[in-house]
Design a protein around this ligand. Structure first.
Ligand code: PLP
Length: 383
C-alpha cells in the first residue's frame, strides 16, 4: 500500500534533511528573558534605564576598563572612538588589514584614509614590524597617522607588547577592536582594555550577543562622557533642543542591555566551550597532518571565537562545499581589506601573510550549543 511506503521508517529517515549546523549562532542562557521582562514591566524600553547601567557596570568590571558606554553596534563604537581622537577629513588611520570591513568603514565615514597593515604568522594579527615601517613611511611622506585600529582576530590577542611600545614611542593612540575577542586576555588582562579606547561587538555571531550592539571602553572618564553626548544627538544642556555639534543616534536600548546582562553571566562558560570545541577539532584533525591550527602564544589566552584550520593540501573551498552538502556551515576567513575592491586605492604595508591565510584557511562551526554528535559529523567529513 502507498501508505506503508511513506510510514516505512527506513524510507523516511533516508529523505530527512540533517539538522543544520551553523557557524556561530546565538546561544542564550536562562536569565536574559527576566532582564528583558524587567524593562517591559518598568516601561524603560528605550535608551536609558537600569539594565543599561548594570550592563555597563558589569562590562567595566569584566574588562578592567574604568568607563564604558553601550551603543547599538561595534561599528558605531569604532566611529565614536575615531571622532573622540579627533580624526577628520584627509587624516590617515592605520588599521589591521586582516579583519572584517567594519573595522575600517568608520575611517571612511569621516573622510579619512585607511592605511592597511598586514599580519604576522604567530597571531595572524597586525605585524609590529610592518606597523613600524608604515609609521616611519607615513611620517616621511608628510602625515603622521592619527590612530591605530588594532584587531584581535578570531579571539587571538595581537602582539600587544610590541605594538603598545611603538604607539608610545610615536605617540599614536590605539583603538582596540576587540569585537571578536571578548574574554581573551594578554598577560592576564582583558583585550579591549589596553588601548586609549577599546570596542566590543554584541552582534548575533559573536561569542555573546544582544541581538545587535556594541560597547566603547576607556580608562579616561572624559572620553566616555563625550561619547555618551555624541551618541545621543549631541544635545546641549538647555530646556529646549539646542545643538552646537553634530551628533549620532548610537545608544543601545535598555531592552537589549537586558539580554547583555544575561549573556555576560554565561560568558566564561561560553569561552570554556569554545576552547573545548577547538581542542576537539585539533585533537582529531591535527594528527592527520592535513591541517594546521593556530597555537596560543605564551601569556595569551584566546576565547577561540571561531576554530580556524589551514589546509596543507586540500582546497578549503572544496571542503566548504563538502560540508555544505551535509548541511554544515563553514566559511572562508576574512578577505584582507587591502584586497577588497573598495579599498584598491588605499595604501598598504604588506608581505603576503594575510593573503596566504585567506587562501588556505577555513572557519569551522564553533557554536557553543554544539554537542559531541554535531562535532563528530564535522570531523567525519574532514578526516
Ligand atoms: C563584528 C565585528 C565588528 C563590527 O561589529 P558590529 O557590531 O557588527 O557593528 C568590528 N570588527 C570586527 C573585527 C568584527 O568582527
Amino acid at each position: 500500500m502507498w501508505f506503508s511506503v511513506f510510514t516505512n521508517h527506513k524510507f523516511i529517515s533516508s529523505i530527512v534533511i540533517k539538522k543544520k549546523i551553523y557557524l556561530s549562532p546565538p546561544h542564550l542562557g536562562l536569565k536574559e528573558i527576566s532582564y528583558v521582562n524587567d524593562a517591559f514591566e518598568k516601561n524603560w524600553i528605550t535608551t536609558s534605564g537600569e539594565n543599561l547601567d548594570t550592563f555597563e557596570k558589569n562590562l567595566c568590571q569584566l574588562s578592567g576598563a574604568s568607563h564604558c558606554l553601550a551603543v547599538n553596534s561595534g561599528t558605531a563604537a569604532i566611529h565614536l572612538a575615531l571622532i573622540l581622537l579627533g580624526v577628520q577629513k584627509d587624516d590617515e588611520v592605520l588599521c589591521s588589514s586582516f579583519t572584517f570591513i567594519a573595522s575600517a568603514n568608520p575611517i571612511v565615514y569621516l573622510g579619512a584614509t585607511p592605511i592597511f597593515i598586514d599580519s604576522e604568522v604567530d597571531t595572524w594579527n597586525m605585524s609590529p614590524l610592518l606597523l613600524e615601517t608604515a609609521i616611519k613611511d607615513r611620517i616621511k611622506k608628510g602625515k603622521k597617522p592619527k590612530a591605530i585600529i588594532l584587531v584581535h582576530l578570531f579571539g587571538q590577542p595581537a602582539k600587544l607588547g610590541e605594538i603598545l611600545k611603538l604607539a608610545t614611542e610615536y605617540d599614536i593612540p590605539i583603538i582596540e577592536d576587540a569585537a571578536e575577542s571578548l574574554g581573551s586576555t594578554y598577560e592576564g588582562k582583558m583585550t579591549g582594555s589596553f588601548g586609549t579606547l577599546g570596542i566590543y561587538s554584541f552582534n548575533g555571531n559573536k561569542i555573546i550577543t544582544t541581538s545587535g550592539g556594541g560597547a566603547l571602553l576607556a580608562h579616561d572618564k572624559k572620553l566616555i562622557e563625550k561619547a555618551k553626548f555624541l551618541s545621543t544627538q549631541s544635545r546641549d544642556i538647555a530646556p529646549y533642543y539646542q545643538h552646537s555639534e553634530i551628533g549620532y543616534n548610537y545608544r543601545m536600548s535598555n531592552i537589549l542591555a537586558g539580554i547583555g546582562i544575561g549573556q555576560l553571566e554565561v560568558l566564561s562558560e561560553r569561552v570554556k566551550k569554545k576552547r573545548a570545541i577547538f581542542d576537539f577539532y585539533k585533537n582529531n584533525l591535527q594528527p592527520t597532518g592535513k591541517f594546521i591550527f593556530l597555537e596560543e602564544l605564551k601569556d595569551t589566552y584566546s576565547n577561540k571565537w571561531l576554530t580556524v584550520i589551514l589546509c596543507n593540501s586540500e582546497e578549503p573551498d572544496h571542503l566548504r562545499l563538502k560540508l555544505e552538502a551535509d548541511n554544515i556551515e563553514s566559511r572562508p576567513l576574512w578577505k584582507p581589506l587591502h584586497l577588497q575592491p573598495i579599498f584598491k586605492d588605499s595604501p598598504s604595508y604588506k608581505d603576503g601573510t594575510a593573503e596566504k591565510l585567506f587562501q588556505k584557511g577555513l572557519c569551522l562551526p564553533s557554536g557553543t550549543a554544539m554537542n559531541e554528535e554535531d562535532l563528530e559529523r564535522v570531523i567525519k567529513i574532514l578526516l
